[in-house]
Design a protein around this ligand. Structure first.
Ligand code: CA
Length: 152
């Protein structure tokens, strides 16, 4: 729950591992007070984004129908106000650099520690727009997130 509005921050989780999504991450996010729901594929995410506007997207990297890095790049362009947190089992530094360069706001390695995830989300929402989606968002350049998304 956000104290300024009384409404929970909306989280959309893209994770194809059903057990992790339905039995670990979504219950944990709900426990931490987030209004979280999950999708299992990039196509499911695209459909969800046509119907709703989450505050933060949590993206797995390895997905059945594509690559989470590509999703991050596209969402950063199409929905510049959405926060992006990437989850991946790939721990190599180049991947982390790539994820951040493509527009992710944070990067967490798997296995995910849910308290670290919740803390990351809280840190991010402090920098995002007010949660009631009023037209009072500060200019992009004071929100502390890079506006550029280099093409690879
Ligand atoms: Ca996966």
């Amino acid at each position: 729950m956000d104290s300024r509005s009384g409404r929970s921050w909306r989280i959309l989780l893209l994770e194809d591992d059903e057990a992790l999504r339905e039995h670990v991450l979504l219950p944990a996010l709900a426990n931490y007070g987030f209004d979280a729901r999950g999708v299992a594929s990039i196509s499911g995410l695209q459909e969800a984004l046509r119907r709703e506007s989450p505050d933060i997207l949590i993206l797995d990297v390895g997905l059945p129908d594509g690559d989470g890095f590509e999703v991050a790049r596209e969402v950063r362009v199409s929905h510049p106000d959405i926060g992006i947190v990437m989850l991946t089992g790939r721990g190599a530094t180049p991947d982390r650099v790539l994820g951040l360069a493509l527009g992710a706001d944070a990067y967490l390695p798997k296995p995910v520690e849910v308290d670290l995830l919740a803390a990351t989300l809280r840190s991010l929402v402090r920098r995002l727009k007010t949660p009631d989606h009023e037209a009072t968002a500060p200019p992009a350049d004071v929100r502390g997130r890079p506006r550029w998304a280099p093409r690879l």
